[in-house]
Design a binder for this molecule. Sequence first.
Ligand code: BDP
Length: 701
Amino acid sequence: MLGFYSTAFSQSGYGLWLDYEKVNDASILSDYQNQIRSVYFLGESETLNLAREELKLGLNSLLGSSIDFSSTNSNNASITVATFDQLERKTQRKLKKIDIAKDGYYIGHDSGKIVITAKEDIGILYGVFNFIRLLQTQQPIDNLAILDAPKIDLRILNHWDNLDGTIERGYAGKSLWKWQKLPKYIDQRYIDYARANASIGINGTVLTNVNANAWVLTPSYIDKVAALADAFRPYGIKVYLTARFSAPIEIGGLSTADPLEAKVQQWWKTKIDSIYAKIPDFGGFLVKANSEGQPGPQNYGRTHVDGANMMAEALEPHNGVVLWRAFVYSEHDATDRAKQAYSEFVPMDGKFKENVIVQVKNGAIDFQPREPFHPIFGAMPKTALAMEFQITQEYLGFSTHLVFLPKLYEEVLQADTYQQGKGSLVAKVIDGSLDNHKISAISGVSNIGSDLNWTGHPFAQANWYGYGRLAWDPYLDSETIAEQWLRSTYSNDKDFVKPMTDLLIESREAVVNYMTPLGLHHMMDTDHHYGPGPWVSELPRPEWNPTYYHKADSKGIGFDRTKQGSDAIAQYADPVAKKFEQLDQVPENLLLWFHHLPWDYTLSDGKTLWNSLGIHYQKGVDQVREMKKVWEQMSPYVDPISHKEVSMLLDIQLHEAIWWKDACMLYFQKHSKLPFPKAMEKPKHSLKHYKSLKHPYAPGI
Ligand code: BDP
C-alpha cells in the first residue's frame, strides 16, 4: 500500500517545478559532475541556511551524488556562495566591483571557479534558485556571468481567501490558511508555499479577499497573521492584508468611517501601530473601496485620495504601503463601463501620497480572455501604478482549461501607451522606469489552493510560475518562460520541449477563439462566470449583461467605442487612439471591442464578419483538438498519473470549446439570420438547450 500512495504522491504535482530529478543526459551530467564537486558556503542566517539546504538538495538530486559542503576555503571548492561583503572579508582581497542591485545576485566565474554572490541574504537565496534552474534546464555552466535583479520592487500574490476557508474565484480547493489552528500550528504547506514563491522571486502575499472582512484586523487574527509572517520571512516574503474601509465601525465601535474625521484617523493609526508591534515588516494594505458594493470614502462624500492618503499616513512611519484598487464602475454612471475607472482616477493624478500605489487591472473591463491595455496605464504619470493580473482563471475556463497566461501578460506588458512617445511600454509604467517612481509593484490574483497539486490543473502551475518570472522581469518573453517551466517540471527532451512550448503558447489564442474572438468580451453566464451566456440581458445592472457588451442586433455586432459611440478610445494617447479608431488599422483581434459592424462587413482576408466569427470559433475548437493530439504523443515524457489527468481535462476542454462555439453562434444567428459558414461544424444542440444549462454549484462564487 505504501508503494501505491508514494507513487500517487510523487506524481501528484505537489513538488511543482522544484522536483529536482537527476539530469538524464549522460554527457551534460558528467560535465556538471566534473565542474561541481564541493561547495564553500559562507555565513549563517535563517535565509542563508535555507539557501544552503536548497543548494544541497538541488545538487545532490540533480547530479545524483553527494556533493561535499564541508569546504572551508574557496580555493578548494568548485562553488563559493557568499554575500559580497563576506567574500571580501574572508578572501582578504578587493574583488572586482560588481554592481549588484538590492535583492539581485551575481553568478559568475572567478579563477575558474563558480561564485554565487549578492548584497543581501535574500539575493543569495534567489541566486541559488537561479543556479539550480540552470541545471534543471540543462544549460551550460562553464562560462557564467549572470548579473540579475528584480525590476519591480513589490512582487505580490493576492489571495482572494475568505476567513471561512472558501476562496472567491478559487478553483483549486480551499484556502491554504488554517485560521482556526493558527497561530500555534504551522502547516508544512506554508513553508512549501513560501519556498515555491521564493524560487520565482515573489516577495509579498496579501492573505485575504479584496471583498474584505474587518475581522482579520482584530488582535487574535493579527496574532495568526504574525505567525504566517514569521513562517514566510526567511523566504523574503512579507504579508499584507485587505483593509475593509468600514472596519472602524464594524470592529472599532465608531459611528463613522469618514476618513476626514480625527477619531477615524486615530483608529487606523492605533490599529496599524498595533500590527507593526507584532509584524515589524508588515507590507501594508490592499483596498477595494466603493466598488461592487464595498464601503469606501465616497460613502461620506470623500474621494479615493482622502481614503488612501489617510491609511498611507498611518503606514508611512513603518514603511508600509497602500495598494488602492482602481477597479471601480457604478450602476449610477450611464457612461461606458470601460471608461469609468479612468474618468474617476485620472483627475486624481499627483494627489496620492508617495506610499500609495494605485492598482489597476490589465484591462478596463475585467480579466477577459483578451482586452486592450487599461488606458490608465498611459495617463497617471505622477502616481505609482501597480499591474493587477488574474492568475486564477475566472473567465478562462477555471482550473479545467489549459491556458498559458504568461502569453496574455506579455501582450499587455509589451503594449505601447505612447505616454512619452513611442516605446512607453506598459512594462515601463509598472516598473516605475518611465516616470521615475520610487516604488513599483505588481499583483497577481492567486490560483493556489489546498488541492494536492496546488492549482487544480497541473498546467495552471505554469501560470503561477510565469507570473512570478514576469514580476521579476516584465520584459521576459513568454516562450522562454514556457520552456523553462516545461523543462523544470517535466522533461528536457527536445521532442517534448518543442511541441509543448508551441502548445502552451498557442493555448491562449485558442481560448480567445472559442470564447470571445475578434474583440468580443464579457460573454459568460451569470455569477459563476463559467460557460457562455451571450443571451443574458435581464440583470438589474446593465453592465452585468453580456448584451451590453456585444450589442448584437439585426444589423451587426460589437461595441462602438469610437467618437460616434462611447468615445472610450479618446482615453488612449493619440497614436494609440488613431489606431483603434480606424477600421483599416485597428488590430482585428480587437475589432468588436471598438467597433459595431454589419454582419456582412468585409475583413482583411475577404471574409465577411459573420463567416469569420464562425471560422474563429471553429478554429478555437480545432486548436484544442490539436492540443489533445500533441499531448497524446507526450506519454513517454510524463508520469502516467499526470498524463491521464491532463488528457481527461483536455477532453472536457474540447467538449466545452464546442459548447461555447455552438451556444454563441446559435445565439448570434438569431440576429444575423445567416447560414453558418461551411467551415464550421454544425451545432450539436439547439439554442434552447444551451440556454437551459445551469451551474448553481460551480466553484468560486
Ligand atoms: C470580478 C470578480 C469578483 C471580484 C471582482 C474584483 O467576479 O469576484 O470581487 O472582480 O476584482 O471579476 O474586485
